[in-house]
Structure formats: structure tokens, C-alpha cells
Design a protein around this ligand. Structure first.
Ligand code: PAF
Length: 283
């Protein structure tokens, strides 16, 4: 049986509910989202439930992580179905602030990110992105003071940046990363998959298949230098405009020369039509 979560839309309402949880010495897990929830998000919610007594989900489409030419205005907003899904999962609290609550007039501070945020991957193509993510996630952590926060590995660089930020700023939040949830053909679940046309959707799993094949070749001993260029060519030939296909150290995200420099993560970003997809796997 599902029950409706408490919805907080301002800070006093958020604090009131969190104070009740804290007064009962209950642990709190936060799942930060921008809504448009799919099975991947619900997997994060279930993991949060396994680890903590109370589960809070934030739904906030964060304007500061979008560049002016990106999809902030058209980003899918599906409040009614999100609410129904979270009720089904027995989520305790939804934090759903408006833009003016998160960024009141005169807002003038921003968290600056280095380390895994400046490694020439997403940061090369979305230079504004990690500053916006770190600032909003930092605020969410301070507002909600969760014991843990659960993020998907699909946004792998984001996971590394947020983990680093929580550690560097002593935010007292244990950041937990969870494996990417995939469609049956391997496509990573993403709120942006709704943008894909039927033809683009049919091509999209090439990203995952290519990464899997590269991982298999590397594990079999093929040199890294021999596999990356053919993989990039395969993705381009399938119809993508490739931003990057890279093998990096899984924690620092620094370039590596061979599997021995690992643990290794393969990361890809590519556009099909107007939709930009990212994905990654461990080797
Ligand atoms: O991954 C997302 O959905 C967003 O980047 C996040 C972490 C909720 C911050 O806005």
C-alpha cells in the first residue's frame, strides 16, 4: 500500500519535517533529482530505503547547471507522475523548492570545483555544468543534512565531483553511487531519452555495445591505443556526433595509458540528432 509523501516547498516546512525525523533519531537518505523520474531514479530510492529509516527525494530543475543554449525550458517536468511513483515507493519527504527559494534575489555565491571537475570530459563540453551542480547539491546537503545521498553512476563525472565536494567541505554526507539502470537493449535510462525519435532510439544502444566490446578487448589484453580509435569510428558511423570516448582512471578521472594504470572507466558522450547522451562502464 502506498502513502503520500510530505511535500515541502519552503525551508521552514522542510526543517519542520526533518526535525521530527531527527528528534526520533532516524537516519535520513537524500536522493537528489530533477524529476522526470524513471526506473533508474526509483533504484536510487530503493537503495536509500535499504540504508536509512527515512527517504527524502529532492525535485528541482536547477537552472545554474544549464547553459543558455541548453534544454532548461524544455526539460521534462512530470510532477503528477513523479509524485505517484514516489508515493508507490513510500518516500517520506519530497523537497520541491522553487527557483526563488534556491536562488533568492541577490544570490551571489557559488561552489568552485576542481580535481575530477576539470579533466577534459563533460567540463570541456559543458563548462558551466559542475559549478552549477556542486552549488545546488551543496545547498541540498546543507538544507537536508542527510546521513547519505544516493546518486546514479550514469553521470559518472558528476558522482566523482559530488563525492569530492562533500569530502572537501566536510559536509558529513556519505555519497553512495549506484550502478546504471539500463533498458533491455543496454541503453542507459535517462530523463532525456524521451527526446529520441524512433530511429534515434534504435541507434542509441550502440554506445553501450561499443563500450562493452572495448572492455572485453581490454580484458583480453589488447592495448588501449589499439581499441579507442576504432570504437570512436564505430559510434560515428552509427550516426552520432561524438564528443569523447575515453578510458580514464575510475577515481581521479585522469588519462591512463594501460589497464595496469587502473581501475579503469570507459566514458562516452555523443549527440544523436539534437539529443546528447552520456554513458560509462567499468572495465
Ligand atoms: O543528476 C541530476 O539529476 C542533477 O544533476 C542533480 C544531481 C539533481 C543536481 O541538479
Amino acid at each position: 500500500m502506498s502513502r503520500d509523501p510530505i511535500v515541502a516547498r519552503n525551508l521552514p516546512a522542510l526543517r519542520e519535517t526533518l526535525n521530527i525525523f531527527r528528534a526520533a533519531s532516524e537516519t535520513v537518505a537524500l536522493v537528489p533529482t530533477m524529476g522526470a523520474l524513471h526506473e533508474g531514479h526509483l533504484g536510487l530510492v530503493r537503495e536509500a530505503r535499504r540504508r536509512c529509516k527515512r527517504v527524502a527525494v529532492s525535485i528541482f530543475v536547477n537552472p545554474t547547471q544549464f547553459a543558455p543554449h541548453e534544454d532548461f525550458d524544455s526539460y521534462p517536468r512530470t510532477w503528477d507522475t513523479d509524485l505517484a511513483k514516489l508515493a508507490e515507493e513510500n518516500v517520506d519527504l519530497i523537497w520541491n523548492p522553487g527557483v526563488k527559494i534556491m536562488y533568492p534575489d541577490g544570490f551571489a555565491s557559488r561552489i568552485t570545483t576542481e580535481g575530477p571537475a576539470i579533466v577534459d570530459l563533460e567540463d570541456r563540453f559543458r563548462p558551466h555544468f559542475f559549478g552549477g551542480v556542486a552549488t545546488v547539491v551543496g545547498k541540498l546537503f546543507i538544507q537536508c543534512r542527510p546521513d547519505i545521498a544516493v546518486f546514479g553512476e550514469k553521470d559518472y563525472q558528476q558522482l566523482r565531483v559530488v563525492t569530492q565536494m562533500a569530502r572537501d567541505l566536510d559536509l558529513g554526507v556519505d555519497v553512495v553511487g549506484l550502478a546504471t539502470v539500463r533498458e533491455s537493449d543496454g541503453l542507459a535510462m535517462s530523463s532525456r531519452n524521451v527526446y529520441l525519435s524512433r530511429e534515434e532510439r534504435a541507434i542509441a544502444p550502440v554506445l553501450h555495445r561499443t563500450m562493452q566490446d572495448v572492455a572485453t578487448q581490454l580484458r583480453a589484453g589488447t592495448e588501449l591505443a589499439m581499441v579507442l580509435a576504432p570504437a570512436a569510428a564505430r559510434i560515428t558511423e552509427a550516426g552520432f556526433a561524438l564528443d569523447y570516448f575515453e578510458a580514464r582512471h575510475a577515481e581521479t578521472l585522469q588519462p591512463i595509458k594501460s589497464l595496469q594504470d587502473g581501475p579503469v572507466r570507459l566514458l562516452v558522450a555523443a549527440k544523436i540528432g539534437t539529443t546528447r547522451l552520456i554513458d560509462n562502464i567499468g572495465v
